[in-house]
Design a protein. Structure first.
Length: 348
């Protein structure tokens, strides 16, 4: 199935039904009077977060969604039926934005969340509504109110606890395939991964979700390569595992700085997330070369990198345990965070 993480769609709520002008005309009934019913309410537009979806592909081939118009009122005081609602079903992690693609309307992060996007128009009053002691036979009725319409953006950001970042061919997909049941494409050329992958990792009776995104290159924030749009899928993660290719020709320290520069240019707090740095593909290196490249990477990142090999399994479990500890620490810090107003105490 094709992966789609962004879509622009048109939504419109239903118009309200018009009220009816009608009079009771029956044999042997004197002074029948007005009996025009009210119009029905127009349908609403809802968006709901459901389980079982992991892409916005449903909105690739259909972009217009319109709720039903309310049925008009009828004689004999019959009120029109309400128009049917439209419910957009989206995967967990979907954001709804205005047409400017910046203003957030809703952020759906849990299954079952349901948000009203557009309210349908109210139905108009029939002439029976306007009957009074001074106006026994009103000949007026209200039209239904018009519905609302707008263009909106849907943007999917995967919900994952840990994210993999690095240059193309740094071994991210291989690592994800090793530690989970995910089957990302793996090949010996850059940009093998063209869309994000998500895998469930288990270690020591614990499990967490890990996201792998396409590789970053210098200038990605300006659109070079595949750009940095996919970084949105690791915005919600609690920790980043930064893989640096130890078997490549590029200096590991410089490779690390390139990716860090792109994370800082992207913003949204990615550069401030806890980071575990690992020198990958070390099964293809000698001990002396590992020491040399590890020292270069340590000088660039300021921490001792983990020597890692997904193929041989070297330090893979250790990396997963480090990720679990980082996730637990982040959860603990979030739980202990107290708003400044509570820390300072209440003041009149």
């Amino acid at each position: 199935m094709k992966f789609l993480d962004q879509a622009k769609i048109y939504v419109r709520s239903g118009n309200g039904g018009a009220g009816c002008v009608s009079f009771r005309r029956e044999k042997y009934i004197e002074y029948g009077g007005p009996d025009g019913g009210d119009g029905g309410k127009g349908g609403d537009v809802w968006i709901e977060c459901v389980d079982g979806l992991n892409t916005l592909i449903d909105y690739r081939y259909k972009q217009h969604f319109k709720a039903e118009t309310g049925i008009h009122g009828m004689g004999k005081n019959r009120t029109g039926a309400d128009g049917g609602d439209v419910t957009l079903k989206v995967p967990v992690g979907t954001q709804v934005l205005e047409e400017d693609n910046e203003t957030i309307i809703a952020d759906l992060t849990e299954v079952g969340q349901k948000v009203l996007l557009l309210k349908g128009g109210n139905g108009g009053f029939g002439n029976a509504h306007f009957k009074s002691s001074v106006n026994q036979a009103p000949r007026r009725a209200n039209p239904g109110l018009e519905g609302q319409e707008k263009w909106i953006w849907l943007r999917l950001k995967l919900i994952a606890d840990a994210g993999l970042v690095g240059l193309p061919n740094a071994g991210k997909s291989t690592f994800l395939a090793t530690v989970s049941a995910a089957k990302p494409k793996i090949a010996d050329y850059p940009f093998t991964t063209l869309h994000p992958n998500l895998g469930i990792v288990q270690i020591d009776s614990r499990s967490f979700a890990m996201a792998d995104i396409p590789g970053l290159i210098e200038g990605a924030h300006e659109g070079t390569g595949l750009g940095d749009r996919f970084l949105g899928h690791v915005e919600r993660t609690r920790v980043l595992l930064h893989l640096v290719d130890g078997s490549g020709e590029e200096d590991p320290g410089e490779a690390y700085k390139v990716v860090r520069g792109e994370l800082e240019a992207y913003g949204h707090g990615l550069a401030d997330k806890p980071e575990i740095v690992a020198l990958s593909k070390c099964d293809a290196l000698t001990e002396d070369l590992i020491a040399e490249r590890s020292a270069s990477l340590e000088a660039a990142c300021g921490q001792k990198p983990l020597i890692l090999s997904s193929q041989s399994g070297l330090n893979v479990d250790r990396a997963l345990r480090m990720i679990v500890r980082a996730i637990d620490k982040d959860k603990e810090d979030a739980a202990n965070a107290v708003p400044s107003t509570q820390q300072e105490g209440w003041h009149p």
